[in-house]
Design a protein around this ligand. Structure first.
Ligand code: HEM
Ligand code: HEM
Length: 197
């Protein structure tokens, strides 16, 4: 190790980074995606309770936030692909395979969900609008009703799958924190929060 890297390591450790925590960008993107997924789901399963104008308002917020969520998911994946931005799993053996499997499955479902959201909106013959600021036109026009129904159903099922899997994933993180008392949750928390835990 050169003097420079030894110095870098020492300052990093002194700053509270033991080399296993996720970086700040990854942490911010993780929690922003988690929050938006919950908001998206909550809106979609409740908008039927409201009268038409409110329901349509919620649907257009869902679509606009969907554009933002899609950008954040792609940013998260791109950031993770940059060398040095992955973190070794703290687990070993089967648990390590299972936890990695759940993470990859969540990424896959999130990308599929975003694609289906856009695909369905375009299939309705509309561009995907972002808070009235701009619209992203589709590569195709309105599609036949059975195709639209299928896209809608798939989007709805995957929405449920994401929320159920993410809930189990959150329970696992809490189990690590409160029962196993290890650093798995702490390494995904912002620095100030980690120090106080
Ligand atoms: C919809 C909600 C959520 C989604 C979609 C989600 C997704 C993910 C994904 C894809 C990863 C893998 C990160 C990577 O290494 O690239 C991850 C990691 C993590 N998540 Fe979540 N998450 C959600 C909610 C939560 C909640 C509520 C908690 C805590 C209670 C949590 C705690 C963690 C922790 C601690 C890690 C890091 C695990 C490790 O370092 O190996 N997540 N999450
Ligand atoms: C993980 C995030 C998301 C979740 C959990 C989610 C969930 C849902 C659910 C459950 C429905 C069905 C509601 C119903 O009609 O009963 C729905 C509808 C819809 N979603 Fe999403 N969604 C997400 C992301 C997106 C994205 C990224 C877009 C694309 C911009 C999008 C666009 C739509 C559209 C256009 C509808 C149909 C609205 C209508 O019925 O006219 N969604 N979403």
């Amino acid at each position: 190790m050169t003097d420079k890297t030894a110095f870098d390591t020492a300052t990093r450790i002194a700053a509270g980074d033991d080399g296993t925590r996720h970086d700040n960008v990854a942490i911010a993107l993780h929690w922003a995606v988690a929050l938006l997924v919950v908001v998206q789901f909550a809106m979609a399963v409740t908008w039927d309770w409201f009268a038409k104008p409110t329901r349509q308002g919620l649907e257009s917020i869902h679509i606009s936030l969907g554009v933002l969520l899609t950008a954040l998911i792609l940013a998260r994946i791109a950031w993770r692909l940059v060398p040095g931005h992955q973190r070794a799993s703290p687990e070993s053996g089967l648990v390590r395979i299972a936890s990695k499997g759940v993470h990859y499955l969540l990424y896959l479902l999130l990308v599929a969900q975003a694609g289906l959201g856009f695909g369905f909106r375009w299939a309705q013959g509309h561009p995907v609008e972002f808070f009235g600021l701009f619209g992203i036109p589709g590569p195709y026009g309105e599609l036949a009703r059975p195709v639209r129904r299928q896209l809608h159903e798939l989007h709805e099922w995957i929405g449920w799958a994401i929320v159920i899997i993410a809930f189990a994933h959150a329970l696992a993180a809490l189990y690590h924190h409160y029962v196993l008392k290890d650093r798995v949750l702490k390494r995904m928390l912002p620095a100030a929060r980690r120090r106080s835990l």
